[in-house]
Design a protein around this ligand. Structure first.
Ligand code: C5P
Length: 457
């Protein structure tokens, strides 16, 4: 379906949303804990606040049958889900007897449900890929725009980036349309892809980049300073260290060329270090850069401090201070997990390598909320050159599984994890390139054996 037709469908669906919301007393609102979940929740929350509608919001890690059962016992007649729900429609069906259910999600639906009490808005219904063309935040943005809600473009961009929906360093599909909006409060700048480009001194950004390895610079601040002096870049402006965003276009080009020269022996495409960055207008530091903001939200979501993330999205400046410590501890957790990974790299009882895949058995060593992040980092690094990365980590009631497709291998990770987890009484799902699930304790090896069969089909 063309995007024009999709927008017409969205308009039609929006009338059903209004009808359902108008019948509600207090709306029971549930969203997902990652950056896309927090941003889509904030966009919808702004709408509900604008129209003075009472709501009770919870941010959840997953929507399993226990969570649905708990929701069912609560005393509400209207449920609103963002960035979660489409993959669990079979379970959500039981809520329909209580009243209206609105699902605004971009994950592939687990089944088709037609019911007068259900409003299900999902791009997959219109053959639009929710894994690369539209995030839950972009979907929420275009829906709320129909009600005249301004100033949420940055949230749509942040949610999309947090959901790793960039295609070759750019926003594509409906996600990209946001940037052309007249009201867009986001500016695009082509440059070095590096975490910290808005908030950190350049030498620190280069030394601690997990995005690119720079020989003779990575991991060593003083070598990074030396490198910057060799290529003729001032690291300070008066007393203040400069960030990459403080560089002129010419200076940034110089920096990129310097890094490419240092990485000349890398087999990676040199262009991989360059991409679009998104500068959020009228904001400073971390909150002015969509990539940093997305990492901050993921760090809030994955460290059980979702309310701070939500407050940041809603523009509450009081949350900024609390969030600085959060992002530092999130980076520490990532570094610790990557160090553990490096120490086990050659231990086949922990890191299992097959023809196409790498399996990371994190057990209790990696937090269940961090395993997805570690898989994403390994999928974009050139450590293994495999098509698929799968991670396992012990969680409360089973083993968390995370999967990423790391190449242009034509493989549907969401389908595969759902199928294989299902064989061991587990559950799972997600997108083509990134997905997750839960399996019983101790079943990692059985999962690997079954998953290998899927890779050979
Ligand atoms: O947890 P992780 O980061 O690995 O999840 C990757 C993607 O898979 C996310 O978009 C998540 O929402 C989705 N997922 C899912 N069903 C699950 C677990 C994860 O749809 N049971």
């Amino acid at each position: 379906m063309s995007y024009e037709q999709f927008f017409l469908e969205l308009e039609r669906e929006s009338l059903k949303v209004v009808a359902a919301l108008n019948k509600a007393e207090t709306i029971r609102f549930i969203s997902h804990l990652d950056a896309d979940g927090l941003c889509s929740a904030a966009i919808l929350a702004k709408l509900l606040l604008k129209y003075n509608r009472a709501f009770h919001l919870s941010i959840v890690k997953q929507l399993d049958s226990a969570t649905i059962e708990a929701l069912k016992k609560e005393n509400y007649n209207t449920y609103l889900f963002t960035d979660i729900g489409s993959g669990q429609l079979s379970a959500i069906e039981s809520l329909l007897e209580k009243g209206n259910v609105i699902v605004i999600d971009h994950h592939p639906p687990d089944k088709e449900v037609e019911h007068p009490n259900l409003v299900h808005i999902n791009p997959h219904k219109y053959n639009i890929d929710g894994g690369s063309e539209i995030s839950a935040s972009t979907l929420s943005y275009f829906l709320t725009k129909l009600f005249g809600l301004p100033n949420s473009e940055h949230l749509a961009v942040i949610g999309t980036i947090g959901d790793t929906q960039e295609e070759e360093g750019q926003l594509a599909g409906i996600n990209g349309i946001i940037l052309k909006e007249k009201s867009a409060n986001v500016e695009v700048r082509k440059g070095l892809r590096a975490f910290g480009r808005a908030s950190k001194p350049i030498h620190k950004t280069l030394a601690y980049s997990t995005e690119h390895h720079i020989p003779g610079v990575s991991g060593d601040e003083s070598s990074a300073i030396q490198f910057l002096s060799e290529i003729g870049l001032e690291i300070k402006n008066g007393d203040k260290f400069r960030s990459i965003n403080d560089l002129s276009e010419e200076e940034e080009k110089k920096l990129i060329t310097g890094i490419i020269m240092r990485r000349i022996d890398s087999t990676d495409n040199p262009e991989k270090i360059v991409g679009d960055s998104y500068i959020i207008k009228n904001q400073d530091g971390t909150l002015s850069d969509a990539h940093e903001f997305a990492t901050l939200l993921n760090s809030c979501g994955r460290q059980a401090t979702q309310s701070i993330g939500l407050m940041l999205c809603l523009g509450d400046k009081n949350a900024v201070k609390a969030s600085n410590e959060l992002i530092a501890s999130y980076r520490r957790k990532i570094t610790k997990a990557l160090r553990w990974f490096d120490s086990k790299k050659d231990d086949p009882s922990v890191i299992v390598q097959t023809e196409r895949a790498v399996y990371i058995k994190g057990k209790k060593e990696i937090d269940d909320t961090m395993i997805g992040t570690i898989c994403s980092i390994k999928a974009s690094s050139d450590d293994f050159k495999k098509d698929v990365i799968i991670g396992f980590a012990d969680s409360d009631n089973g083993v968390k599984v995370s999967g990423r497709v790391a190449s242009d291998f034509d493989f549907n990770m969401g389908e595969a994890i759902k199928l294989v987890s299902g064989r061991f009484n587990g559950e799972g799902g997600g997108h083509e390139k990134a997905a997750g699930g839960k399996i019983p304790f101790g079943s990692e090896d059985l999962f690997i054996a079954e998953f290998e069969k899927q890779l050979k089909i």
